[in-house]
Design a protein around this ligand. Structure first.
Ligand SMILES: *Cc1c(COP(=O)(O)O)cnc(C)c1O
Length: 346
């Protein structure tokens, strides 16, 4: 099986953890593992003296939690919507009846930051929701510019870094971000099933979180995690895989992990250029390469599947996405390109 998706190819030692008997979790040993996970995660994202919640849920679970506990305490949310995931912030706000303004960004385009600032000056929202990387197109937004606009207007900034964490540089404290979130199957490249929220030190003094979501309640989860325990049964094996993966990242160093992803992205983009496959993103994230094939775009996905090769289709005809997360060599990328080329030339 050849995987260019989320998760990508998982290290064998980490996969093996999932095949072992599952230790009981209401123990001091498990608490220590959870606490170490929290400590390492916070250090990787540059959130000194902040806190984190690890939910047994996919990434959308953490987005949902942010809206019910936090966004719902605000008067007006401002949302950048550059694709599927920006739209998800909007869908969640609508679902929970939170007042929101959507700033639409065209497919794979960057934000016009001057126009954005004008809109913010008009709308005066008190919370800002965006993605660092809009995974449906491959576009990476300029989070420094977004953060500086939020700072200027005193807006609380929430960033979905689900697909940029460990793929593109990001420092939460430096940017002044209040809440970030990620999930296990993207940059961490372990099986899906965990999502992680990061709270800045400043936000820990916020005392107005709502209690509208029993399972995802911030206060209840934060209180339990102080002693390294989750209020409800955790996905124990996933926590053990997370722990092992975090220890490995700590050994390699976050900047090296990111550099490795970047090198794979650059290598693949060179191959795209050689084949005239256009990459529409104005400023692509290292996480994925989104590109258009020129021929047989309607057959590529299915014919690759038949060979046990998995890439991600896009919402637009002939547009595909290849992830650079996980274990991936240049040869793996060469092989993928020749398989696609064969289909194009059929
Ligand atoms: C993957 C992803 C999500 C969450 O999706 P789930 O399927 O719930 O894990 C949210 N935002 C972004 C930017 C993503 O890439």
């Amino acid at each position: 099986m050849k995987l260019y998706v989320f998760p990508g190819v998982i290290e064998k030692e980490i996969l093996d953890i999932g095949s072992h008997q599952i230790p009981y979790m209401r123990t001091n040993d498990f608490s220590l593992i959870v606490k170490e996970c929290e400590r390492l995660l916070l250090s990787f994202i540059g959130c000194k003296e902040g806190r984190s919640i690890i939910y047994t849920a996919s990434g959308t679970g953490a987005m949902d939690a942010v809206v019910t506990n936090y966004v719902a305490t605000k008067k007006k949310a401002f949302i950048i919507s550059g694709g599927t995931f920006g739209k998800r912030w909007h869908d969640l706000c609508e679902y929970y009846e939170c007042v929101n303004v959507v700033y639409e960004v065209s497919f794979a385009k960057d934000v016009n930051y001057i126009d954005l600032e004008n809109r913010i000056a008009e709308e005066r929202p008190d919370v800002f929701l965006c993605q660092h990387h809009e995974t449906s197109t491959g576009q990476l937004f300029d989070i420094k510019r977004i953060a500086s606009i939020c700072r200027k207007f005193g807006i609380s900034l929430v960033v979905d870094v689900i697909s940029s964490f460990l793929a593109d540089p990001f420092d939460m404290d430096e940017l002044g971000v209040d809440i970030c979130l990620t999930s296990s199957q993207k940059g961490l490249n372990i099986p899906p099933g965990l999502s992680i929220l990061f709270f800045s030190k400043r936000l820990m003094e916020y005392s107005y979180f709502l209690h509208k979501s029993f399972y995802f309640d911030f206060d209840e989860n934060l209180k339990n995690l102080l002693r390294g325990q989750t209020p409800y049964s955790p996905a124990t094996s996933l926590f053990l895989q997370l722990h092992e993966r975090l220890k490995r990242i700590a050994c390699i160093g976050v900047s090296h992990v990111i550099e490795d992803v970047r090198k794979k992205a650059i290598y693949f983009r060179k191959l795209c250029a050689e084949n005239n496959w256009i990459i529409p993103a104005e400023n692509p994230s290292n996480c994925i390469t989104g590109f258009f094939v020129n021929n047989n775009g309607d057959k590529v996905f299915e014919l690759l599947l038949k060979q046990n090769i998995f890439i991600m289709p896009g919402a637009i005809k002939s547009f595909f996405r290849v992830s650079h997360l996980g274990v991936q060599s240049n040869t793996d990328l060469d092989d993928l390109v020749s398989a696609i080329k064969k289909i194009e030339n059929q």
